[in-house]
Design a protein around this ligand. Structure first.
Ligand code: TXA
Ligand code: MG
Length: 341
């Protein structure tokens, strides 16, 4: 298949959106930009179209998708919000939508089972990227990240082309992703003491911010046959090159004759790892001052570059686990654990 890549810029983005909507209405899959990472989209109410997402990504059918809506009022057409959660859901939607927050709620029966992998709940979000939003205003969109299963999420249209070129008809280029990390996923729940937010995946919206709305709690322990958020499966977000995460206080002993790449947070003068060996490649997540948000934006971009450099090993430096740093370390640990398998 020939994959067309079109730029949605100022003058003609409406035309590009119309082109994407037309393909989606015909049951096709299309790659679209969001503020977090690029998504591989299909009509959320068309089970056959959604099946194509799983096929193209080589994603196992037990891993459910996120539904993207264009208006806050559309939430009621996707989820059946229990009365006791009405208030907390309202608060979250007002505070963070459109934006990188995904809510897991009981699903409406009209949502095809393939979208939710048979779960009684559905994940919903409203993206702040104008292209994804304009498309989702026309029809609700099921969309996982636009990478092959288990690989690094794409944060540019070119990265989508590397992942899925030849397999899909259209990639809409809406620029580099502003957040660069997948959305924060939470499941609001009611307890005797009031509402709590179960944090299923850390992301651009930090735990510290969510805490201002309600108590944040950990995901349930996974049972063998029950996956609450398969995005939490360890071997996710992995480069094909082995990756070693040097945790705080940890060390790395280079071997003679190997090609090593360093993923550094701030780079020279700010990391003892920089002087440790003659690195074949160095990528800095946040050159200079060291800002975690910048690190989040650049993480997947840097990993992708290092992965393409023909290295024996990527050595990644830890960042501090506050704010977006929690999501960065989450993704780095998964990438490292994929190496161990
Ligand atoms: O930022 C994002 O969320 C991006 C963009 C494209 O919107 N999407 C994304 O989708 O990261 P994906 O499929 O790569 O990750 C979504 C995660 C999956 O790991 C899935 O396990 C979890 O959301 N999920 C979906 N539905 C769920 C549900 N009903 N209960 C628990 N987890 C769910
Ligand atoms: Mg993904």
């Amino acid at each position: 298949m020939d994959t067309k890549q079109v730029v949605a810029d100022f003058e003609d983005w409406r035309e590009v959106v119309a082109q994407a909507v037309e393909l989606l209405q015909q049951g096709e899959v299309v790659a679209l930009p969001t503020e977090t990472v690029y998504g591989l989209a299909a009509d959320a109410f068309n089970a056959e179209a959604v099946a194509k997402i799983f096929e193209v990504k080589e994603r196992p059918s037990f891993d459910p998708l996120i539904v993207h809506i264009g208006h806050k009022r559309d939430l009621d057409t996707i989820a059946e919000i229990p009365e006791e959660l009405d208030e907390i859901v309202d608060q979250l939607v007002e505070a963070y939508w459109p934006g990188p927050l995904t809510l897991v709620l009981p699903k409406r029966p009209e949502i095809p089972d393939i979208v939710t992998a048979g779960l009684p709940t559905v994940a919903v979000r409203m993206s702040s990227h104008e292209v994804m939003r304009a498309v989702a205003k026309e029809l609700p969109i099921a969309a996982p990240s636009a990478n092959r299963y288990g690989r690094i999420s794409p944060t540019s249209a070119d990265a989508v082309m590397e992942e899925l070129g030849g397999k899909i008809p259209l990639i809409v280029d809406g620029g580099a992703c502003r957040d660069g990390l997948e959305s924060t996923i939470i499941a609001p729940e009611m307890t005797d003491k009031g509402p709590v937010l179960r944090l299923l995946r850390p992301g651009p919206i930090a735990r510290e911010d969510l805490r201002k709305i309600a108590k944040v709690i950990k995901p349930r322990r996974k049972k063998e046959d029950h996956i609450e958020a398969p995005g939490q499966m360890e071997s996710h977000y992995a480069p094909t090159t082995p990756l070693l995460l040097v945790e705080k206080g940890g060390s790395f002993v280079p071997e003679e004759g190997k090609r090593y790449g360093l993923l550094s947070y701030r780079g020279e003068g700010n990391s003892s790892l920089v002087d440790l060996t003659d690195w074949a490649e160095i990528e800095m997540m946040s050159p200079g001052k060291g800002k975690l948000a910048e690190g989040g934006v650049r993480l997947f971009y840097c990993l992708r570059k290092l992965d393409a450099a023909g290295l024996d090993l990527i050595v990644a430096e830890s960042v501090s686990e506050t704010g977006v740093g929690v999501a960065i370390m989450d993704r780095l640990r998964r990438a490292a654990s994929a190496t161990l398998k």
